[in-house]
Design a protein around this ligand. Structure first.
Ligand code: NAD
Length: 430
């Protein structure tokens, strides 16, 4: 099929490259001409494992093209997926200006299009938004009604950053929220060949499935962190506890990893958006609010532990290992490292940060801290070391590396070190 993807960020580009690798012809549209040029040159504007290599392959096969020209991309295709940002606003509700603009732009192109076309929302938007905001804007701008001139669907994305391409190509399930079955059939066709169950439902339910899944995963993490804080006081390793708990197949061991909290562009934003929506509907989202509050607190635990280990942090050199919110990505949105570095700066510590992929992004937020080119340079003469992201590269650190430090305080915010290689360390919850 010929497919248009609008927005070439983490979701859009991985969707585009993934679908192109399955033989579809893909047109990726973005308003950022710099990104478009990079994609056409075979350079992924973001870091995701395997993305650049697969992008180059599909470019060679002439299966993908990036453009800023929405009209051209829609004219050449039968279906578009909208994957533009839906960031948080001050009160936690989501900013709809990007998706509304796309809805109007798509509608204007559909006005003069002489064929049936399916518009699919892939951005995460709160239940009711596709039907109450996106659909009417397309109808207004196109002068056509949904179900006749065009079809509308909602197809939430569940990929994890760091594993985005792999997750997109091997999903646990595909959810298609449809306005009518003709439109849903076209989306279904896009995914033919994917080895995953497909659930077809109405649009509002599809939107709610995405929020519920992310809120439940975030809840598991905050729950594990709270249990972890109790375990720490009791001298118990929370990972052993969760191993035993997760063996219960009603629970599963996934997302029970305690640490210094969740970040990223999805969990904090999506839980906040669902809570804000619940409040508007007159439902008090006590649990959702607490999940966020527990997460906020967890980011300070590491710094509090450091303060207990070193009396006066003023001028002390603190190596911060890991800046991305997850390993295998360069994304720092809502990364716990941001809060931790801010706290260290407030205290007057001298931060030296290292991340295999995310240092450049963090430099935009903290231009005034030091960045090391490798782990060893970060550790040299450091008084303490904090491990924030579970990069594979940190797994093999040993006493030989930590021996480069002046001090001996090593605090882990993720359980990544191999403890047979490191004599003295503290875990945040173990
Ligand atoms: P992103 O910020 O990485 O990328 C968004 C892209 O959209 C940018 O390249 C931007 O230039 C482009 N854009 C903005 N306005 C545009 C317009 N009018 N026309 C064309 N392009 C435009 O965003 P993302 O992380 O890929 O997230 C996109 C959506 O998917 C969000 O709703 C997010 O909540 C959801 N989502 C994200 C993830 C994730 O892990 N990042 C996972 C599932 C769902």
């Amino acid at each position: 099929m010929n497919i248009c993807i609008i927005g070439t960020g983490y979701v859009g580009l991985c969707t585009g490259v993934g679908l192109a690798s399955r033989g579809h012809k893909v047109f990726c549209v973005d308003i950022d001409s710099g990104k478009v040029d990079k994609i056409n040159r075979g350079q992924a504007p973001i870091y995701e494992d395997g993305l650049e290599e697969m992008l180059q392959k599909v470019l060679e096969d002439d299966k993908i093209k990036a453009t800023t020209d929405l009209k051209e991309a829609i004219s050449e295709t039968d279906i578009c997926f909208i994957s533009v940002p839906t960031p948080s606003m001050q009160d936690g509700s989501i900013e709809l200006k990007y998706i509304k603009r796309v809805a109007e732009d798509v509608g204007s192109v559909l006005k003069n299009l002489d064929k049936y076309y399916v518009v699919v929302v892939k951005s995460t938007i709160v239940p009711g938004t596709t039907e109450d905001a996106v659909k009417p804007l397309i109808e207004q701008a196109s002068g056509k009604s949904a179900g006749n001139g065009f079809g509308i669907c909602m197809n939430p994305e569940f990929l994890r950053e760091g594993y985005a391409l792999k997750d997109f190509l091997n999903p646990d399930r595909i959810i298609i929220g449809q306005d009518d079955s003709k439109a849903g059939d076209v989306v279904n066709q896009v995914y033919s060949g994917f080895q995953a169950p497909i659930m077809r439902t109405n649009i509002k339910t599809a939107e709610m499935i995405k929020y519920t899944a992310n809120s439940l995963l975030a809840t598991k993490i905050s729950f594990s962190n709270e249990i972890g804080n109790v375990c720490k006081k009791l001298g118990i390793d929370v990972y052993d506890v969760m191993k035993g708990v997760g063996m219960d197949n009603r629970i599963s061991e996934k997302f029970l990893g305690a640490g210094c909290g969740f970040g990223g562009s999805c969990f904090p934003k999506d839980v906040a958006a669902l809570a804000a929506r619940a409040e508007k509907l007159g439902v008090n989202p006590m649990l959702l609010r607490q999940v966020l509050e527990t997460n906020r607190n967890q980011k300070s635990v590491l710094v509090e532990q450091l303060k207990t280990s070193i009396d006066d942090l003023q001028g002390k050199k603190i190596a911060v290992l890991g800046l991305a919110f997850n390993p295998n990505t360069d994304d720092i949105r809502e990364s716990p490292a941001i809060e931790i570095i801010s706290r260290l700066k407030e205290i007057g510590a001298n931060v030296i940060a290292y991340d295999p992929k995310a240092s450049e992004n963090m430099r935009a937020i903290f231009p005034d801290i030091n960045y090391a080119d490798n782990v060893k340079d970060a550790l040299k003469e450091a008084d303490a070391c904090l491990i924030i992201t579970a990069w594979d590269e940190f797994k093999n650190l040993s006493d030989d590396d930590f021996g480069l430090m002046r001090g001996n305080v090593i605090i882990e915010g993720r359980k990544v070190l191999k403890y047979e290689n490191v004599k003295s360390f503290q875990g945040i919850c173990w």
